[in-house]
Design a protein around this ligand. Structure first.
Ligand code: ADP
Length: 554
């Protein structure tokens, strides 16, 4: 058989030529801005010419500092297709962290949305590699001047002006090595400082095919990408869209429940992807505000454990399947997706056990469980170990640029075990390959020598009708070493108390697993990508900032 390299440019060509009429729709706050994939292809070519004219060559990195919109999609597929490397900066990180990943990735050009130009201008003096800034949309003269102020910035360009007049086709290089980098992402830093992962053309193409196949995405779909393009490779969706012709629905900066509901209703959106907190907020909104979401068949949820109560509520009240998946920046990210086997009767306990698991390991990914002594653990649905994975879209190392200290390098290599990635996630696997996570290794609670799953506790507490959000962390305890602390956000007007919540858990968890420490809080702190930030909760507890009620065990 022939073996041409698997390249992003093939996806670009396929999507923009064979699915020329599919479209990317960007929400503007009041309506939709539409662009066909044919136009995406033309602008991707123009962008490539423009970047060459700015001196981008070889594997130079081109950064984006953008919301999810049409131009970000164009950069996402155009930059890798020309052979350069796309680095989408996480705009929600603290400024020092953006500077860290920006300098580590060392892009020479950054494309920025006009609405983000001001915050970027404050960072640019600390990003000495940047020579050109391309602004998507109109900015005032003062903002433009601020972007161009640092001595190392040679030019500030307007996207439309720069692309205007450039040829609408590009000879995408066909002799690239499929194993060379096409894009890079940094972990969101939930448990440590961000680490870089470089994806290859090959890994991205294979991953896109697997995601499209497992989720049955087709050209008939209108897919809402809430997951930011800078988070974990955007879960592959820009490439899935090109591979299938599915239209992409981009919310830009309108990520709150109300605009998302209007977007779904207006654009007859069929599918979507985002972290649990986003879909949880949308659920609370839909429960009290009428919106026609009948077009929507499926929302993929991942990045953190999806509360079963939320999954059931969507299905029962809104007819939407919330499909649970698991992955990491290091795994491109999709490693497992929870589609129940046909043998499980819809609505049965067995069915929900499958649906609420993190999912069945997808074709192409191999998994194993390893215990504390390095021994492999059986796939029996109950024996627990650390999850290790390998496969064509699993990282084999982190991206190092020569500036790392010996300790950092050691930390980076420690994540890999003889060709397997140590995920840091702890759980079990069923005989038929469904992954059930109980915790992250760092979040594990060990009480009196026994493990308590923070995820199981969170899921159980979030099953209470008064609870909007709940997060559980381990805190030091004189007698047991560690005990769970539950931080709970109640729904508006709800009256549950720590006592009643404890009572509620009585028949759901073993007695010794039920927390005695409870804090009712206004909101669970979130990471840059919207996950519960347990680091912050632990610190607040340690600093005495949480108002904790202790409910004694009777
Ligand atoms: P960070 O590690 O900084 O949070 P990632 O977004 O790459 O960055 O996070 C990957 C981690 O997110 C996984 O290792 C796992 O702990 C968690 N995760 C992802 N999906 C799920 C899920 N469905 N259930 C529970 N945890 C999940």
């Amino acid at each position: 058989m022939q073996s041409p390299p698997l390249l992003i440019s093939q996806l670009l060509r396929y999507g923009t030529e064979l699915h020329a009429d599919s479209e990317v729709v960007t929400w503007t706050g009041t309506g939709s801005r539409r662009m066909t994939y044919a136009e995406v292809g033309r602008q991707a070519a123009q962008l490539a010419h423009a970047l060459r004219s700015l001196g981008v060559e070889g594997d130079d990195r081109v950064a984006t500092f953008m919301w999810n919109n049409a131009e970000h999609l164009i950069a996402y597929i155009g930059v890798p297709s020309m052979g350069a490397v796309l680095h989408a900066w996480n705009l929600r990180l603290f400024p020092e962290q953006v500077v860290y990943i920006g300098n580590h990735g060392a892009a020479t050009v950054v494309i920025v949305d006009n609405t983000l130009a001001e915050p970027l201008s404050a960072l640019l003096p600390h990003l000495p590699n940047i020579r050109h800034v391309i602004v998507n949309g109109h900015v005032e003269e003062a903002t433009r001047a601020a972007l161009g102020a640092p001595g190392h910035v040679e030019g500030v360009h307007d996207w439309s002006t720069l692309l205007e007049g450039m040829p609408e086709t590009y000879e995408w290089p066909e002799d690239l090595d499929e194993n060379c980098a096409s894009s890079m992402c940094y972990t969101s830093g939930t448990t440590g400082s961000p680490k870089g992962v470089a994806y290859s053309h090959r890994s991205n193409v294979l991953h896109a095919m697997s995601v499209a196949m497992t989720l049955s995405i087709s050209a008939a779909d209108r897919h809402l990408v809430v997951v930011p393009l800078f988070h974990a490779n955007a879960w592959g969706f820009p490439y899935v869209a090109m591979a299938t012709g599915a239209s992409l629905m981009m919310p830009d900066r309108f990520l709150q429940a109300e605009p998302l509901a209007r977007f779904i209703e207006t654009e007859r959106i069929t599918t979507g992807a985002g972290v649990p907190t986003v879909w949880n907020d949308l659920l609370q909104y839909l429960d009290t505000n009428p919106a026609d979401v009948s077009s929507c068949r499926m929302l993929l949820v991942g990045g953190a454990a999806a509360p079963p109560a939320m999954m059931r509520a969507y299905q029962e009240r809104h007819g939407i399947d919330i499909v649970h998946g698991w992955g990491m920046t290091e795994t491109s990210p999709v490693g497992s997706i929870a589609i129940a086997p046909p043998s499980a009767e819809v609505g049965s306990d067995e069915y929900w056990r499958y649906r609420t698991a993190q999912g069945r390991i997808v074709l192409g990914v191999e998994a194993r469980l390893v215990d504390g002594d390095g021994r492999e653990v059986a796939w029996d649905g109950s024996s627990v170990g650390e999850v290790e994975v390998r496969g064509p879209w699993i990282a084999r190392s982190y991206y190092a640029n020569g500036t790392e200290t010996a300790t950092e390098l050691e930390e980076m290599t420690a994540k890999f075990d003889d060709g397997w990635l140590r995920t840091g996630d702890v759980g079990c696997l069923t005989r038929d390959g469904f992954l059930i996570l109980t915790d992250r290794a760092k979040d594990v609670i060990k009480s009196g020598g026994e493990w308590i799953s923070s995820v199981a506790l969170e899921n159980a507490i979030m099953g209470h009708p008064d609870v909007a959000e709940a997060s559980v962390v381990g805190v030091p305890d004189a007698k047991w070493g560690e005990r769970p602390l539950a931080s709970v956000v109640l729904k508006e007007g709800a009256t549950a108390t720590p006592e009643s919540l404890r009572e509620f858990l009585g028949d759901k968890m073993a007695r010794w697993q039920i927390p005695e420490r409870w804090a009712l809080i206004d909101a669970v702190p979130k990471t840059s990508v919207g996950k519960f930030d347990k680091k912050v909760l632990r610190k607040r507890y340690a600093d005495g900032e949480l108002d904790v009620t202790t409910v004694e065990i009777r």
